[in-house]
Design a protein around this ligand. Sequence first.
Ligand code: CTP
Ligand code: MG
Length: 243
Amino acid sequence: MTPPTGTTHLDTTNPVAVALVPAAGRGERLGFGVPKALVPVRGTALLTHAVRGLLTAGCVRHVVVAAPPNEVESTADLLRSAGLAADVVPGGTDRTESVRLALRHATKVIPDISVVLVHDAARAFTPAEVIRSVVAAVAAGAPAVIPVLPMADTVKQVDFTGTVLATPDRAALRVVQTPQGFDVDTLTRAYAEAGDSATDDAGLVEKIGVPVATVPGHAYAMKITTPFDLAIAESVLSTGARP
Ligand code: CTP
Ligand code: MG
């Protein structure tokens, strides 16, 4: 069916999904003295696990990685030697800037993108089913989609002294993961119009008044931030329990 002239058409059967992978952070909380994306889990860099996961999910056509500016060549070599096709661009001083630079590159070199995923290198073990359900939800018409999990812990709002101000209703709260998926026009507009820093890309989309839908996330899409998280990832992989 031919879409009406002037509307964005997403092919729901074969969307062109491009994944942007911000990987330019320093990994200070992990404390390895190298960028977190290059830290190995069972002998393979987190970034390699992350990019392989995207490319084997079956719905991502192209990957653009934002690497630390002084590690662009070594990152490209790392991925090439793992047999993974990805463009590597220099990242920025914060995550938002890294995504902005990767998005600019992606829209320049791949003009027919319909779905853009933004996926942290630090969430290296995200199951394919999560990646596929985010892409499918955008392809089905949602302008922005994020994977989420219910909160296991009670959450408190505190003031600057640490004194509790309120207890939000846990049932209405969600923990947010990546990949976050967007139609390309929505993400481009969010970065143009709500261009300050945000801890996630959906936060910028919310600021321009576009609704953000949710799909189920997965425990294995956890962000590796601390040595404890790394130990969990190592042990999950060693049991062969990865879906
Ligand atoms: N990131 C990025 N560019 C930056 C900062 C972060 O691309 N200037 C990326 C990280 O590489 C990571 C993701 O954003 O994949 C989430 O960031 P975080 O978990 O905070 O990673 P780091 O910034 O590397 O860790 P830390 O804050 O402990 O230094
Ligand atoms: Mg950081």
